[in-house]
Each structure stands twice: as structure tokens, then as C-alpha cells.
Design a protein around this ligand. Sequence first.
Ligand code: GBH
Length: 484
Amino acid sequence: MPESLALPNDFEWGFATAAYQIEGAVKEGGRGPSIWDTYCHLEPSRTNGANGDVACDHYHRYDEDFDLLTKYGAKAYRFSLSWSRIIPLGGRLDPVNEEGIEFYSKLIDALLRRGITPWVTLYHWDLPQALHDRYGGWLNVEEVQLDFERYARLCFERFGDRVQNWITINEPWIQAIYGYATGSNAPGRSSINKHSTEGNTATEPWLAGKAQIMSHARAVAVYSRDFRPSQKGQIGISLNGDYYEPWDSNEPRDKEAAERRMEFHIGWFANPIFLKKDYPESMKKQLGERLPALTPADFAILNAGETDFYGMNYYTSQFARHLDGPVPETDYLGAIHEHQENKDGSPVGEESGLAWLRSCPDMFRKHLARVYGLYGKPIYITENGCPCPGEENMTCEEAVNDPFRIRYFDSHLDSISKAITQDGVVVKGYFAWALLDNLEWSDGYGPRFGVTFTDYTTLKRTPKKSALVLKDMFAARQRVKVAA
Ligand code: GBH
């Protein structure tokens, strides 16, 4: 049998962040407000009083942060651009903020100087507030896709000479569902959340989903026609979604429930984007007219470009149990219950520092095989990580000793190696979430996902042990030869 390496030598790896979670400096350099600035300053607070006004102050400290990347041995770094730093009002006829362009340009150069490959996400949940006010933001499918297209084109024009790896949108599912169904993320719209005064959970998330699918499609069409041929880069999208197993493995309806849950999570976006096909049948059946149709004109746009890779944000897995009886109009899970234990009481994985996140490396391997089998594109893990049990209440001295996180990384890298060598899955890169402890959205500054401890009073950064071992974990797997 021929031998192959557990991980290929050109395997890309590094750390990830997102603009609003780390930058701060929200009123500097001509930046306009985003829906997250507004959401974090609502009264009463919906974010435990936290906001991104200062965050990690990365805006002023990026050089220091990139020195950390060098120290950790990272080959690549994934970060997002704040749309409203670049176009403060967001729209296609609105002025460009040259100071914002200049900021990201310097940041990209600072990475390249260190030999670190930039991976740029155009959108990580921070819609310009002006677009929300002007026409309802992600609820206005026709308008927002044109504004996103212009924003994307501008970024390709200004940064594409140095950036060859693009991610259009981070986790459109979270933007649509948390933003417009549960209201637990900006813009906080919901008809089932007592804090939300506006919104319609039965209809709005499905519009926000279509708006993001079409915004992605337009950016990819522009990149394919006008930029990829000369800039020779690649473009993808980062989708979240847990892996689901049936709660009762002997119950066919639970098996269907598990599959349906993943269609509601992933197929919603991946069918149109990667397969150029309609939404999954299960969604059309349950949602009917509330799911805005993809028309022939939409497919013409989807067909005008090619998405090069599947960005996978993976944290955890769950069990799915079918729901008996009528499905409420506000359901967005696909008529299932989610569980962390199966019928026999076996837990899905070891507990981390957050209730929703259990460590499930074996189901990660199955997830990789399922996604690759269905969509057939090279996969980059664009986020993977966890807070350690109890870390929220630790001092810096305690938190830097993070064996739980080290084991989490190690076991998930093993799953990737097995998926590649034994299951034939094409996985080409891995980004640990996150470079720094940062603003965990509506959970505030409590949960710590970073490989670097951030002291939010002094803003001092201290590497945790996990930051320094990833390099060796990759090197070891790149030396190991396995029979293939
Ligand atoms: C990613 O979202 C984001 O891209 C990133 O910005 C974020 O910091 C990171 O993960 C860590 O969370 O059970 O009600 O407490 C992951 C999406 C959002 C999925 C929170 C799980 C649990 C909410 N996650 N959600 S709850």
C-alpha cells in the first residue's frame, strides 16, 4: 500500500478572530456604526453590559498581536473586515473611507512582512447600521446583495493584490437565526424574545438567509469574472453546524430528525451555494411560502461563479430527537429536540467551559465525511476551539495552564488526520478560534476562547500553553507516514 502523510506538508494553519470582537476603536478612523454597536448599547443591556468599544484594542495593538502569531509559529491568520470602517454608511453609492482602507492595508502588510498568509472574512455579523436603518438590512434581499457586491468588489480591488484567500460571510445561519429568530444577536429582532420589540420569527430569518446566499453569490460572481483570473486567489464561505446523531439509534424518526437538523443548519446555504440546487426538501415542506423562493434569475447569479472551498466552523455535536405533533411556525430547527445525552444517557462528549460546547472529536470526523460527501469541495476548518472548564473565573496565572484546550485541539486534529487518510476527505487547513480572548458577543467578556489570555483592565496579553504547542502538533502530524 502506498504511504501518505497524516497531514500534507502544505496544510495551512493558524488562528482566527473577528473585527468587532477584538478591534475596539469604534469611533476612530472614520468608522461608521454597525448593528453590533447599537445592540451592545441597548438599555436594558442584552449583552451583560458588555460592548466592543475597546474590546482587545487590536486596532492600536495589531503589531504586538502579530508578533504573537510569529511566536506561535502560525502560517496563516484569519480575520474579518469591518464593513462600516471601509464604507461607513455601507451602501453602493456611499463614500469610501480611505482611512479604513489604509488601516486594513497596513494590517495586511504587517502580516506579509512576517510571512503570515492573510485570510480575510468580508462579513462577520457587523452590518453597517445605516443599511439596517435605510431599508431593513438583511431583510431587504434585493438591496443588500447589491450593496454587499460593491463592498466585496472594493475589497478585491484594494486588497486583492496581497490577499488570495477570501471568505464572504461568517455563519449566515447565526446571523439569520440569532439576529432575526431568537433575537439573541444583533439586530435582536424576534417575536419569541421578551426583550425584542420588533421582528417576526416565522418569516424574517428565512429572508435574511436568502439575502446572505445571494450576497455571497454576487461576490463570488464578481471575483470569478473580474479578479480570480489575475489575482489567482480562492473564495469560500464559513458555515457553522454541529453534527447530529439520533437520540434513539433504533428509531427511524430520530435518524430522519438528525439528518433534517443538518439540512436546516447547512443544506439551507450549501445546497444553493455548492450544488446550485434549491433549498433542501425538508425545509420547503416545513416552511412552505415562508421560505423565499430561489428564482431562475437567482440561479443565474449563483451559476455565474464558483465557490472554491467550504469553510467549516466546528465546535460541538448533539443528538436529535424527532418532535411529535404540530410544528410551530416559529420553529427553525427542523421539528426536532436537541439533546446532549442520547436515550441511554450517554453524553455526547466531555463538558467544556460553556454548556453548549462539549468536545466531540469522533462526531467531527463523521461531520467532515458527510460534508465532503455531499458538497465535494476542499474543506478548511475556519474555526475550532473551546473555553476550558472553569476558565471564566480563573486568574491569568491559572488560565495559561490549559490542558483541556490542548487535548481538545489534539483530538480534533486527530479526527482531521483520520478523515484525510482513512475517509478520503480533502481538508486543507485549520484555524484555531481564537488568537486572543475576546468579546464573546452577547455573552460578553466571560467565556475565554483564546490561546492568549487578555487582561481586560490592562489589555496585557499572555500566551496560554495551548498557543505554543499547536506548532508541534502540526509538525508531528506532518512527519507521520501512514498507509493509505
Ligand atoms: C462562532 O459562533 C463565531 O463565529 C465566533 O465569532 C464565536 O466567538 C465563536 O463561535 C465561539 O462561540 O446555547 O444559547 O448559549 C459559533 C456559534 C453561537 C453556536 C452560540 C452556539 C450557543 C448559544 N455559536 N451558540 S446558547
